[in-house]
Design a protein around this ligand. Structure first.
Ligand SMILES: [Zn+2]
Ligand SMILES: [Zn+2]
Length: 352
């Protein structure tokens, strides 16, 4: 089978390897769609503490496929079932895991990080993942591509639930990538009265606008805070979300918040980067500054519902699709920052 293998900083190659054989407590999934995430690109650019210097890894934690082999000790799961996975597998016994927060476990394993993920034709689902509830059956009506995108949506759902958005709210989305696109759709689905998007490239703003923006702010042309204040009648926004790893977006989001505003610092910054915080504004204006990372199995279930019922159309953030022979080109494309979401179809030779 073919696999796109990460071989250390900046290097991913298309490799031919034997199809893996599941152990008695594992299942084998034939991967039909795997989506490239900002996290994959971050690992590719800068490595990851869970991938040792002499290790290789098949990246990819946003994937869907079909079960083709089932170990003899595995109950419930059968060949032919269409599935996706919740990537972060908790240890099962820490304080976070006991609360059902597998994404907050300090001793986690994850597909595409510490174990091989979706950028290959066949993937093992480990016993820990099966018993952790991380293997998820997908509805017959859902395409593999849509199912692969439930994962990034589940991370957005995790961030969204504490922001308590109502139809009275004005929402500010800072960034124009696929995560920003999913937040726009969430804001629209929850009926937010105004949804402002900030980006620094006109073509990206034009691409993302139809997903639910009421106003666009081109940060290469105007001062973001002035423009957001103008667009909100000098009131500011109730909710802000940062969706790109740029420190200035965090400062701008905070500066744009209205009284009782809520903000999620969704996109992490490069290690060691700090942002000045106007703590008096947080105090006197009663702000709620929140963070979130990854998703729990229950966030995933909620995201799956939003896709199944058509409330969120995840495929609308996909701009490029590649076959397996073009997997390396797919990474190069995603790294170039062009377009929104890039998907690899591991069972197709080529889609270009
Ligand atoms: Zn991801
Ligand atoms: Zn744990």
């Amino acid at each position: 089978m073919k696999a796109a293998v990460y071989q250390g900083q900046g290097r991913v190659v298309l490799d031919e390897r034997p199809r893996p054989t599941p152990r008695d407590d594992e299942v084998l999934v034939k991967v039909f769609a795997a989506s490239i995430c900002g996290t994959d690109l971050k690992v590719l650019r800068g490595g990851h503490f869970r991938v040792g210097p002499n290790e290789t890894r098949v990246l990819g934690h946003e994937l869907a496929g079909e079960i083709v082999e089932v170990g003899k000790h595995v109950a419930h799961w059968k060949t032919g079932q269409r599935v996706s996975v919740v990537p972060n597998i908790g240890c099962g016994h820490c304080e976070m895991c006991r609360k059902g927060l597998n994404n907050m476990c300090p001793d986690y394993d994850a597909f595409g990080i510490s174990i091989d993920g979706g950028f290959q034709q066949y993937m093992i689902v480990t016993a820990e993942a099966i018993y952790g509830g991380n293997l998820i059956e997908i509805p017959a009506s859902m395409s593999f591509e849509e199912a692969s995108l439930v994962e990034p949506l589940s991370c957005c759902v995790n961030a969204w639930k504490d922001l308590a958005v109502t139809p009275e709210d004005r929402v500010l989305v800072l960034g124009t990538g696929p995560i920003a696109g999913l937040f726009l759709q969430l804001a629209k689905a929850y009926g937010a009265r105004q949804v402002i998007v900030v980006g620094r490239r006109a073509e990206r703003l034009a691409e993302i606008a139809p997903l639910g923006a009421t106003d666009l702010v081109d940060s290469s042309k105007v001062d973001v805070v002035d423009e957001v204040m103008r667009l909100t009648g000098n009131r500011g926004v109730d909710v802000a979300l940062t969706c790109a790893p740029a420190p200035e977006l965090q400062s701008q989001g905070l500066a744009c918040l209205a009284r009782l505003g809520r903000m999620n610092f969704f996109s992490g910054l490069n290690k060691g980067t700090r942002v000045d915080l106007d703590s008096n504004k947080v105090h006197y204006w009663g702000l709620k500054l929140l963070g979130s990372t990854g998703s729990s199995v229950s966030d995933y279930a909620r995201a799956l519902q939003l896709v199944e019922t058509g409330k969120i159309k995840v495929s609308e953030v996909v701009t490029h699709r590649f076959g397996m022979n073009d997997a390396v080109a797919a990474f190069d494309h995603a790294l170039s920052g062009k377009g929104m979401k890039t998907i690899i179809y591991p069972q197709e030779d080529s889609l270009r």
